[in-house]
Design a protein around this ligand. Structure first.
Ligand SMILES: [Zn+2]
Length: 247
């Protein structure tokens, strides 16, 4: 397997789904249990899958150079998300500056790309998209990311993952080609992240259902400084209603 970002054939490293310092905030009475749920499938809108994996899960999909280079810097204290992500996942008050949100976006896009490898049948990103993200640290223009505060007492596990792979076509995306996009929700302790990421270069405005839209703050494209915790809190049921329900 080659590195999913730079294409190098090695050496290939384990990429943990969540890095160690973040996992420490998920160590409650449920932390030993599996905590992932994936729905949907590319060209298979009626397919429903539920996968589970342990919180300490990893995938062997990135090379050592990427993992210890740009990816490592994204996680770090000096150059990465830790200074604001640590209080965010604990539900503590944080104001995210424009620069914080740009950094947070990179970390979330990296996460969304790697986590798609939990199920190789439903990967939406292309090798060109992943390489371009590595080189420019920017996702395709057709990307919209929102973050809200999550009600951990509504959750069955400390971390949840919903993923849908869509194939889109037609006027609303300005293309007659079939283009792939992911529609993904991730909760990590006190935060809920929602990602729409298409594979094309045109800005999109993706509407969310009324019951949940006001609970999120858009962090990409950046609109301005954002304060957390955000009210009202998002519940597991809110997200389950937004994502296509699992039969
Ligand atoms: Zn690499």
């Amino acid at each position: 397997m080659a590195c999913i970002f730079c294409g190098s054939s090695g050496p290939i490293d384990k990429e943990h789904l969540l890095n160690r310092w973040l996992r420490t905030y998920l160590h409650d009475e449920q932390a030993g249990r599996p905590g992932a749920q994936i729905t949907g499938g590319q060209n298979k809108p009626l397919t429903r899958k539920i996968h589970t994996y342990p919180l300490k899960g990893w995938r062997r999909v990135v090379c050592k150079d990427c993992n210890s280079g740009w990816m490592g810097r994204l996680e770090g204290t000096e150059t990465g998300v830790r200074p604001f992500l640590e209080p965010l996942v604990q539900g503590k008050p944080v104001v995210l500056s424009v620069q914080d949100q740009e950094l947070f976006m990179r970390w979330i896009v990296k996460l969304a790309i790697v986590w798609e490898y939990l199920d190789t049948d439903t990967i939406t990103t292309t090798p060109a998209l992943r390489r371009r993200f590595m080189e420019t640290q920017l996702p395709p223009l057709a990307t919209q990311i929102r973050v809200g505060s999550f009600d951990i007492y509504s959750a069955s596990t400390p971390m949840l993952y919903w993923h849908e792979a869509h194939v889109m076509q037609g006027e609303h995306i300005g293309s007659s080609d079939a283009l792939q996009a992911q529609w993904t929700s991730i909760t990590i302790a006190h935060i809920a992240i929602h990602i729409f990421m298409g594979t094309w270069e045109e800005q999109v405005t993706v509407g969310l259902p009324d019951h949940i839209a006001p609970k999120y703050r858009q962090i990409w494209p950046v609109l301005g400084a954002q304060s957390f915790p955000a009210a009202p809190l998002i519940t597991q049921l809110d997200i389950a209603r937004m994502m296509h329900p699992v039969d």
